[in-house]
Design a protein around this ligand. Structure first.
Ligand SMILES: *[C@@H]1O[C@H](CO)[C@@H](O)[C@H](O)[C@H]1NC(C)=O
Ligand SMILES: *[C@@H]1O[C@H](CO)[C@@H](O)[C@H](O)[C@H]1NC(C)=O
Ligand SMILES: *[C@@H]1O[C@H](CO)[C@@H](O)[C@H](O)[C@H]1NC(C)=O
Ligand SMILES: *[C@@H]1O[C@H](CO)[C@@H](O)[C@H](O)[C@H]1NC(C)=O
Ligand SMILES: *[C@@H]1O[C@H](CO)[C@@H](O)[C@H](O)[C@H]1NC(C)=O
Length: 428
């Protein structure tokens, strides 16, 4: 028997409404088939909080969710499987992994309605309603949506400029000073504007799903993870710079970069608290997975960076492989695919404006490298790494854009941390 969407909607509302006052929900694991593939093995996958209609509605109760956000949510570079879309959505984004778990628990592929709207390069502007390519406007609230995932901030707050100025120096001499990029980024983290944009954005999501009619709906917002172990000595003389003689990964620099990430997380948490204070029950959950990356960052003890063979580093290096454990779908050919030197992405006279507009780190990196090379044709790629493979720099944008983003094992841990936070939320 098939129900129309509004009918299911009504069932869901009444089931949920009837249950909200009861603190105890029957236990239904979201997913069991994946348990064995979990490294830890001992924790169980918690079900989604407030998710009362999944087990009560029978086969016709279709569930769903929506993912909004930037490249951290799009999972750039993970489990590459042939050509990417423009948003560089990865096969092993934690958002995608959660969709697979939910679908499996509901009887197979695509059983869960998943609207994957996250897009590499997105700022709050691209999510907020009314903007060009607005993710909230694209979101179809008629499809089942029981919760939302959200990752936002890095592109609003100048992460790429910091990476460029302090670490990679794609535009060589013209990349600006690290200090001023850091200063600018710190100022925008502290600004009221970022905070209020995030508040509005969350409110728009809640309004679009008509939260007052869907009391179980909530937003799970993730932060970012510190990139470096900042205590080790070994990294002090190493560099990730793309050109010869790039900046060293001194402890002070690592500390400053890490502090930036912590400041963003603190700001996001504060913003989430502000939104929640306006509701009787929390509508937004902030999931901070930063500490879960301890031991899996760059510059860990006795690691010589850049270390392309270390699967226990959960961030991508420039052009580095993914670290999926057992991935039959992964095809790493993207890593060696080259762009034509005549591609608009690497035309030094015209690439900058479109690259800036897209906000895509990879497009920006390629363009800056092309511009640097035009200004100084004698520039040499850094030694001792694989940037120089083939003709040097004409790789697809993801080759650069995925750097400092989580690899598959990182996304698996983000997913698990979300499940743990949901579990905790429900047992509160
Ligand atoms: C699931 O959805 C995707 C995207 O719409 C589609 O390509 C795929 O064929 C679907 N799989 C099944 C088993 O329906
Ligand atoms: C939204 O989804 C509904 C239900 O599937 C569909 O009828 C409608 O055409 C969709 N709207 C848009 C704008 O795609
Ligand atoms: C890293 O992971 C890949 C993919 O699972 C595997 O092929 C490779 O052997 C691993 N490398 C090390 C050093 O364990
Ligand atoms: C790895 O993938 C193969 C092929 O899909 C599958 O048969 C095997 O069970 C997987 N192993 C693990 C440990 O997940
Ligand atoms: C992987 O890439 C190679 C080389 O481009 C291609 O021939 C092959 O079909 C790809 N495999 C899959 C599973 O997409």
């Amino acid at each position: 028997m098939r129900f129309s969407t509004p009918f299911i909607f009504l069932i869901c509302v009444s089931l949920a409404a009837g249950r909200l006052s009861h603190p105890v929900h029957p236990e239904v694991p979201v997913s069991q088939h994946v348990l064995s593939s979990s490294e830890a093995g001992h924790y169980r996958r918690p079900r989604i909080p407030y998710f009362t209609h999944l087990q009560d509605g029978g086969a016709d109760a279709r569930t769903g969710f929506v993912a909004f956000g930037d490249s951290y949510s799009a999972g750039i570079g993970t489990g590459l499987d042939g050509p990417e879309d423009e948003c560089r959505r990865g096969v092993h984004a934690h958002t995608q992994l959660i969709a697979e778990d939910l679908s499996a628990s509901q009887g197979g592929p695509n059983a869960t309605a998943f609207q994957f709207l996250s897009c590499t390069g997105a700022t709050t502007e691209e999510i907020l309603s009314g903007g060009e390519m607005s993710q909230i406007d694209t979101f179809n609230a008629s499809h089942p949506a029981d919760f939302a995932l959200l990752s936002i901030g890095g592109n609003d707050l100048g992460f790429f400029d910091v990476m460029n100025a302090c670490i990679f120096r794609f535009y060589d001499f013209y990349s600006g000073t690290c200090e001023s990029a850091l200063e600018k980024s710190r100022a925008s983290i502290e600004s009221e504007e970022f905070e209020s944009r995030v508040q509005i954005l969350i409110t728009e999501i809640l309004d679009k799903v008509r939260w007052e009619k869907k009391p179980w709906f909530f937003v799970t917002m993730t932060g970012y993870a510190r990139f470096f172990n900042e205590m080790t000595d070994g990294c002090d003389e190493m560099s990730f710079g793309v050109w010869w003689n790039g900046p060293k990964l001194k402890k002070r620099l690592r500390l400053q970069m890490n502090a930036l990430v912590l400041a963003v997380n603190a700001k996001l948490r504060k913003t989430v608290d502000m939104v929640n204070s306006r509701f009787t029950r929390d509508k937004v959950l902030f999931v901070d997975y930063d500490e879960e990356f301890d031991g899996y960052r760059f510059c860990e003890a006795s690691v010589t960076e850049p270390d392309y063979g270390r699967n226990d580093t959960w961030f991508f290096l420039v052009g580095g492989p993914d670290n999926a454990r057992n991935d039959t779908r992964a095809n790493h050919t993207l890593d060696v695919e080259t762009l034509s030197p005549t591609s608009i992405l690497v035309d030094p006279s015209s690439c900058l404006e479109p690259a800036r507009r897209s906000g895509d780190w990879g497009e920006l990196a390629l363009c800056y490298m092309a511009m640097a090379k035009q200004r100084d044709p004698t520039l040499q790629p850094a030694r001792g790494n694989i940037y120089a493979r083939g003709n040097g720099m004409w790789y697809v944008p993801t080759y650069y854009g995925k750097t400092f983003h989580p690899r598959t094992l990182g996304h698996e841990r983000v997913r698990d941390t979300i499940y743990e936070a949901w579990h905790e939320l429900e047992s509160r």
